[in-house]
Ligand binder design. Structure first.
Ligand SMILES: [Zn+2]
Ligand SMILES: [Zn+2]
Length: 269
């Protein structure tokens, strides 16, 4: 497979960045405090869906989640516009299987920019992950993870609706439709992209005997615990990434709460 630039992806990310900057400009100059609070809350909904759903549940199967909770995850994940969950999970499992080596989709050995976002615009990396990394979705005839397969099937309307439609509607209800689209939609998605991508770039900025994975305490809150990435590579099947009591891991607290509420079940921690 050739490693060509995919110009449609380049154009997409360029557009999302321009729209994202306009969204942030609007946030600082026009938006009400209520709109900012909504965008921040919606950011955390999306990020918790990434970490508790796509990552800790679907990629590593570190706990069991009820179907109802899974539907919340796949809706929240659709709001971040990061591809179908099945694709995201396949790429992530490939990253764990081939960390820092040939075949790692976002290998830090190919440079910081490549690990951060460059890989998303290259033909050989955006293609579907090899089937061995996604086969578990079809286990039990697809019933175990049916919501994720549903999200893949309906991706084309779910993502515009959750990423832009819902914030626009909330904006309309607040009397600022454009603000909803720009701040809760485009601005939030752009910030959300970079706070996901730092896990692959800064999260692999070490150069020690154990490879490149690194912990970054200062990013713990905005990455909802994902920045404890060295811990994660040490124990990938644990749903707890912040290993110390002082490591703030909002993803872990959320899963604990879901277990308390009967929406999830302990497998390993
Ligand atoms: Zn990693
Ligand atoms: Zn992982």
């Amino acid at each position: 497979m050739q490693d060509r630039l995919k110009w449609n992806y380049v154009a997409y990310y360029a557009f999302m960045h321009v729209a994202g900057v306009v969204g942030l400009w609007y946030a600082f100059t026009h938006a009400s405090a209520g709109m900012i609070w909504f965008a921040v809350a919606y950011f955390f909904v999306g990020h918790l869906a990434i970490t508790c759903g796509a990552h800790r549940l679907y990629s590593h199967e570190s706990y069991h989640a009820s179907v109802a909770l899974q539907y919340l995850y796949v809706l929240g994940f659709s709001a971040v516009a990061q591809g179908p969950i099945v694709w995201w999970v396949g790429k992530h499992r490939q990253h764990h299987a081939r960390t820092d080596a040939d075949g790692d989709p976002h290998s830090p050995r190919e440079g910081f920019f490549h690990a951060h976002m460059g890989w998303l615009m290259r033909e050989k990396h955006v293609d579907p992950a090899p089937l061995q990394y996604t086969r578990h979705f079809w286990r039990n005839e697809g019933r175990t993870y049916a919501p994720a397969l549903w999200q893949m099937k309906h991706y084309k309307w779910l993502v515009p609706m959750m990423a832009l439609g819902v914030p626009t509607l909330v904006g309309y209800a607040m009397g600022d439709t454009l603000g909803g689209l720009l701040v809760g939609g485009f601005g939030r998605v752009a910030v959300q992209y970079h706070l996901t991508w730092v896990v692959n770039s800064l999260g692999h900025s070490d150069d020690g005997p154990n490879g490149t994975a690194a912990n970054h305490w200062l990013l713990a809150i905005p990455t909802v615990g994902e920045s404890f990435h060295a811990n994660h590579h040490d124990r990938p099947r644990s749903y707890r990434l912040g290993q110390q009591w002082y490591d703030i891991d909002l993803g872990y607290y959320t899963i604990r709460l879901c277990i308390l509420l009967g929406l999830a079940r302990e497998l390993r921690s």
